[in-house]
Design a protein around this ligand. Structure first.
Ligand code: UDX
Length: 479
């Protein structure tokens, strides 16, 4: 099938590359010319396992193209994905200006061929109808510049051209453009986005047009039938497809992320109680997770959730509820617990080191989770802010970030290039991100390089016995 993906951020790029890998002919559009040139040369602008390999293979196979020309992309696609960013505004609301601009522009390029316009960006509930209106508006504005005076007047007066009986229906500009809007939220985790695309738990399609849904089902058929699944998933039944209305599809995305964030804040709250009563949260999580009604995943206590989705989506849902006269008290508490949890590390450092002014703290990991270079809303940033207010010297080592490629927001942090360099002269180490390689460090050697041997395990990720045998005072979360 012919596909256009507008926006090559995380979601857009992974979606475009994976669909091209399935054999669809995909044109990815981005207005950043430098980025487009980079992708045309076979490089991925983001770090994501497996992505570069399949991007290059699809370029070579001729199923993937990159361009800055939205008009060409829209002309190409039977299915046009809108996958541009919807960042959070300071008040928690989603900033939908990029979706708005793209939807209008898509409208202005509609050429008479029926198209499915797919909302892949996480957009506020109700955006499906809004996008439809914007596409029509873009089409009408474009038509206005070319249409005869009578038509221009009718469109300018807000009339849909097809409703205006005075204008002959044979006039091409009188026809409403042929398209439908579908909501198709993504549930990709950074660090395993390619795997998640080919092995999803479900596919959600929201919309009322049978034609549009049928085309979307055709597009996803290889995934639904597990043709591209990993071996261990191939024998599973087909991937469930949830067919629903636009608003429910949009709500599914918010509710899923809010539920997962709630699960983490819940286990973190229980961990804080464990800390006080002398229970071990890792045992408690195991014990409750075996109850199939609860499930064992997302019960890893630690310094809380971050990233590009959970913080933004939970805030946006609280904001939407507020707009409709409902106070989302539980979700507000979920956010509060998370904010508190990030700073717990600093409290634990104060309990062990007492005065932090002039002390050197080494952070193992900076990104919000392993296998990504993403620092968006990373707990590390809150911890760094608080430590620097308290006068501590902050060093860090991250497997993917170096002094050269670290962003400006880390200006106060010395980024070391090895864990050994990090440990040198530190009063304490803090494990911030659960990168696999941190499990296998030579902690006995690192201990010899440090000023004092304290390790705060912000993810309950390391083996306490190994650390203690290496001479560390080990401090976990809720254990
Ligand atoms: C999330 C959703 O999982 C995905 O479905 C959605 O499309 C985008 O948002 P992502 O942000 O990539 O994906 O990361 P995820 O693996 O869900 O972790 C989010 C945060 O929660 C990370 O900061 C992680 O460290 C933290 N986390 C996760 C915990 O603290 N404990 C857990 O048990 C699980």
């Amino acid at each position: 099938m012919r596909v256009c993906v507008v926006g090559t951020g995380y979601v857009g790029l992974v979606t475009g590359v994976c669909l091209a890998h399935l054999g669809h002919h995909v044109v990815c559009v981005d207005n950043n010319a430098e980025k487009v040139t980079l992708m045309q040369s076979g490089q991925s602008p983001i770090y994501e396992p497996e992505l570069t390999e399949i991007l290059q293979a699809s370029l070579q196979a001729g199923t993937l193209e990159f361009t800055t020309h939205l008009a060409a992309g829209v002309a190409h696609g039977q299915i046009v994905f809108i996958a541009v960013g919807t960042p959070a505004l300071p008040n928690g609301e989603s900033d939908t200006r990029y979706v708005e601009a793209v939807a209008r522009e898509i409208g202005s390029y509609l050429n008479g061929e029926y198209k499915v316009i797919v909302n892949k960006s996480t957009v506020p509930i109700g955006s499906g109808d809004w996008v439809r209106m914007l596409v029509l508006d873009g089409y009408a504005k474009c038509a206005l510049t070319e249409a005869p005076v009578a038509i221009r007047e009718s469109i300018a007066m807000g009339m849909s051209a097809s409703q205006d009986k005075a204008i002959p229906s044979s006039t091409p500009l009188m026809k409403e453009p042929a398209f439908d809007v579908v909501s198709n939220p993504e549930f990709l985790r950074e660090g395993s986005a390619v795997y998640d695309t080919f092995n999803p738990d479900r596919i959600v399609l929201g919309g009322s047009s049978k034609t549009a849904i049928a085309l979307m089902e055709e597009l996803y058929a290889p995934i639904v039938n597990r043709d591209c699944a990993k071996d261990h998933n191939r024998s599973l039944p087909p991937v469930p497809v949830v067919l629903t209305d636009l608003n429910s599809a949009e709500m599914i995305k918010y509710a899923a992320n809010a539920f997962l964030a709630t699960k983490i804040s819940f286990i973190n709250e229980v961990a804080n109680i464990c800390d006080r009563v002398g229970a071990d949260i890792t045992e408690v999580a195991k014990g409750i997770g075996l109850d199939s009604r609860i499930g064992s995943r997302f019960l890893q206590a630690g310094i809380g959730w971050g990233g590009s989705c959970f913080p933004k989506d939970v805030s946006a849902l609280i904001h939407t509820a507020d707009d409709y006269g409902y106070e989302a008290q539980l979700l507000k508490a979920v956010v509060q617990v998370n904010q508190h949890q990030r700073l717990l590390i600093v409290k634990k450092l104060q309990q062990t080191l007492k005065i932090l002014k002039g002390k050197t703290v080494g952070l193992l990991g900076l990104t919000f989770k392993p296998n990504t270079d993403d620092l968006r809303d990373a707990p590390a940033l809150s911890i760094i802010g608080q430590l620097s207010r308290l006068g501590a010297k902050i060093k860090a080592y991250d497997p993917i970030l170096s002094q050269a490629n670290s962003p400006h927001k880390l200006a106060d942090v010395i980024i070391d290039s090895t864990p050994e360099q990090l440990a040198e002269g530190c009063d304490a180490l803090v494990l911030v991100t659960d990168w696999q390689e941190f499990r296998d460090l030579d902690y006995a050697y690192l201990a010899t390089l440090m000023q004092s041997r304290i390790l705060i395990d912000g993810r309950n990720f390391l083996d306490q016995q190994v650390l203690e045998a290496a001479g560390f005072q080990y401090v976990g979360i809720g254990r």
